[in-house]
Design a protein around this ligand. Sequence first.
Ligand SMILES: Cc1ncc(COP(=O)(O)O)c(C=O)c1O
Length: 339
Amino acid sequence: MHVDELPTPALIIEADAFEHNLATMAAVHPGSRLRPHVKAHKTTAIARAQAAHGHRGFTCATPREVLGMAAAGLGHDLLLANEVLDLARLRAMGAAQADAQITVAVDSPETIAAAAAAGLANVLIDVDIGLPRCGCLPTEAGRLADLARSKGLTVRGVMGYEGHLMMVRDRVEQRARVDAAVALLLQAHADVGGEIVSSGGTGTHDLHDTTRPRGVNEVQAGSYALMDTQYSSVGFPFRQACFVVGTVIASKASLAVADVGLKALGMDHGNPSIDGATVRFCSDEHITFASDEGANPPVDARVRVIPAHIDPTMALHDTAWLVRGDEVIDRWPIDLRGW
Ligand SMILES: Cc1ncc(COP(=O)(O)O)c(C=O)c1O
């Protein structure tokens, strides 16, 4: 099939850019030193491609992602890097342990009690290293690990996500702040023990030396595989691999409109982009833009919209079309959506 034959809005992945991104990251953090975050794509076919590059452990954000990965045979080592209290979902993950190794993040007596009650075997202590979200104080981590062990849980180590530092533009400042955040994580790890020290994302992936003994030994990056305009603006060696193709449904001298609206795009990082055009705004089903030079594209032309934030964009689509040039070469269900 030709890309122009896809019903729009159509989420496409350029195979060559995608492969480049996986190979580039695998060269920096090979094998178990990268635990790719599946929340960035929610697609077992993409996780399978990451596994083919040597990464057998994965990070998940929801029980649905964990269960879907386990059911797809990708359950070698799944980390739910998020707190869950829902006993039904925790029990479902407990049952999935027959075929998968599952570890859940805990940061309180309540999340520890829930994991133990659901029959989960493994936990990781989630530590607050500066992002105002989940995670215990570094000084509480050892006590929580003792509590978890007293309930029969295996404590595999610590995680801490420095999400507030992903977009610090000054790389010298970013490195200093990441080092300070990691120092908190290592302080917690000294009290917790266990083999895992997990941290990082695409924006800080190259600031973690995963070869260092007694340092961060795995990076949880996810966006690098598909990328978005926010991360592209930083200048990492990853290419834009994901686009939402739209059809121009109106064209005037001053503007054109395509059928890719905010219901097809994660908008929390601002407007998406169109190469060679200026995006004016998005509404539910429309993107209004104007060419930077020359006439606006005619009605029925196709445009490629570049998402500003990849994770929520993927969550809005049920299919990703893999393309090479103008040819559609595969169809991947975005099968890990939901909670
Ligand atoms: C816990 C956790 N780890 C890692 C990441 C890294 O993601 P990215 O590669 O998109 O920066 C995220 C993203 O939000 C996250 O929530």
